[in-house]
Design a protein around this ligand. Structure first.
Ligand code: BES
Ligand code: MN
Ligand code: ZN
Length: 501
């Protein structure tokens, strides 16, 4: 992708789509806007009114470029009120513009966002990075299993122009766009993995994907097959995989920076490539999207890919215990007592609360690497979706500053997280009559009791955060300009956190 910053006036620039960011409904416009208006003989404001322009942040209206311009389309976009944070608006705008550009088979976009970018004298790195992210995320489509029919072949964006008067800042801003594009592509990688159905992505093909990634990016990779997991006593994880014909395995990817290492983090992702519920079978409608139940692993794969591509100075371990939760003849039974790798015994009161069993052993494995911090990501509970809805993740943990930093990174990256408490008192809810722990905590506070269950497998004193991504990993209907299907949540937040916390 060719990235250029410059100060060519919009009427003189040869591009496919001219994008204007404006503040509010009416009021004072930028010099670029006024010169465009003059070039086309006036009437831009009237055009906006005809399109019922409201000025809301993230709003996009587009129309064929009037005569006198060297572009094909003009897109006018809402930046929100002047002086307010524009990072979210810029991400939404570029995502939408990228979608409409590539759908039309066009490839060159030019952004005139100067009123926003001039706020505070300079545009922030996160804002410009969001532009790069939006470009990549907006052109994403998952149509490889569909006949194209009459629809034209969609294009990709190959050229981005950003109007920016200050010369000194241009290289930095171009680099920020490039960073955003890298993060956007890592997000799309995670989306592909999650969107791909369970007959395509299973523990074996997910391992193969990780091996290929390791080769391409120069990452270390260790895979524990079923026997190796058994030797390490991973009885909780292996129990879940017993009902499936593809055997379970634990995959550990390792990114080691070339230079000085600022910190070492372990990212653990839930990797249930299909969750039927096991013998406590889910109803059909609930099974329909359970290919997404490896969204945690997709997120850690995307994050480690981005860390390597950006050559971050943070050592990253990405770990996932991959299995299918099925109902084969050897499936684990409801009521089974299994022993996790840390020696704790668990009574399986519900085979559909399987994610926490796989994570118990994966978290213990991560602890053995002695990282500075552990973060796990999991499509763990329906309860978190009831509580927080489709776009916000639930974060819990023992590391106070870790939780704070992740939330701040999530806000900058447009992937918000809301903290839920881990009250000691609720541990009583996980009591079993026959084992150290039960794998369910009753009807209430399901996301919290799941988090408390996981905390039993992280050593005291280890800063740890758990992000329940069951809502935002996959959208069963579009919201806020985000498309149907896998979102890649929270690859952008994780990468932002790795790079800047
Ligand atoms: N994978 C599901 C959680 C889930 C639900 C993810 C909806 C995405 C969307 C998880 O394994 C599960 O089945 N959880 C149960 C736990 C219960 C049995 C305690 C749930 O949330 O119903
Ligand atoms: Mn389940
Ligand atoms: Zn599950």
């Amino acid at each position: 992708m060719h990235i250029e910053l410059g100060s060519t006036r919009p009427e003189n620039l040869s591009t496919d789509v001219l994008v204007f960011g404006i503040h509010g409904k009416g009021g004072r416009r930028s010099a670029a806007w006024r010169s465009l208006n003059t070039a086309i003989g006036g009437g831009l404001e009237r055009l906006l009114r005809l399109q019922s322009w409201s000025g809301r942040p993230g709003e996009v209206v587009s129309f064929p470029a009037p005569a006198g311009l060297r572009a094909r389309l003009v897109a006018v976009c809402g930046l929100g009120d002047k002086g307010t944070g524009v990072v979210g608006a810029v991400r939404d705008i570029t995502t939408k513009v990228s979608a409409l550009t590539t759908k039309a088979g066009l490839g060159r976009v030019a952004f005139y966002l100067e009123p926003a970018l001039a706020v505070g004298g300079s545009l922030g790195r996160p804002t410009v990075q969001a532009l790069g992210e939006g470009i990549e995320n907006g052109s994403y489509r998952f149509d490889r299993h569909q006949a194209r029919g009459e629809a034209p072949e969609p294009s990709e964006i190959d050229s981005v122009y950003l109007y920016f008067a200050g010369r000194k800042e241009r290289p930095l801003l171009a680099a920020a766009i490039e960073r955003g594009a890298i993060v956007g592509r890592a997000t799309n990688m995670a989306r592909d993995l999650v969107n791909e159905p369970a007959n395509m992505i299973n523990p074996a093909t997910l391992e193969a994907f990780a091996r290929k990634l390791a080769e391409d990016r120069g990452l270390g990779i260790t895979v524990l097959d079923r026997d190796a997991c058994a030797e390490r006593g991973m009885g909780a994880f292996l129990a879940v995989g017993r009902g499936a014909s593809v055997p379970p395995r634990l995959v550990h990817l390792h990114y080691k920076p070339a230079g000085k290492i600022r910190k070492t983090v372990a990212l653990v992702g839930k990797a249930v490539t299909f969750d039927s519920g096991g013998l406590c079978l889910k109803p059909a409608a609930s099974q329909a999207t359970m290919k997404m139940d490896m969204g945690g692993s997709a997120a850690v794969i995307g994050a480690i890919a981005a860390a390597a591509d950006l050559a971050l100075d943070v050592e990253v371990h990405a770990i996932f215990a991959a299995c299918e939760n099925m109902t084969g003849a050897d499936a684990y039974h409801t009521g089974d007592v299994v022993t996790a790798a840390n020696g704790k015994t668990i009574e399986v009161l519900n085979t559909d609360a399987e994610g926490r069993l796989t994570l118990a052993d994966a978290l213990h494995y991560a602890g053995g690497l002695e990282p500075d911090l552990i973060v796990d990501l999991a499509t763990l509970t329906g309860a978190v979706v009831v509580g927080l809805g489709p776009t916000i993740g639930g974060i819990m943990g023992t590391g106070r500053s870790l939780v704070r930093d992740l939330r701040a990174a999530g806000d900058r990256a447009g992937e918000p997280m809301w903290e839920l408490p881990l009250p000691d008192e609720y541990k009583e809810l996980l009591k079993s009559k026959v084992a150290d722990l039960a794998n369910i905590g009753g009807r209430w506070g399901g996301a919290i009791t799941a988090g408390l269950f996981l905390s039993e497998f992280v050593d005291k004193g280890m800063p740890w955060a758990h992000i329940d991504i069951a809502g935002p990993a996959f959208l069963d209907k579009p919201i806020g300009g985000r498309a149907y299907g896998a979102t890649g949540y929270p690859v952008r937040a994780l990468t932002e956190w790795l790079a800047y916390s």
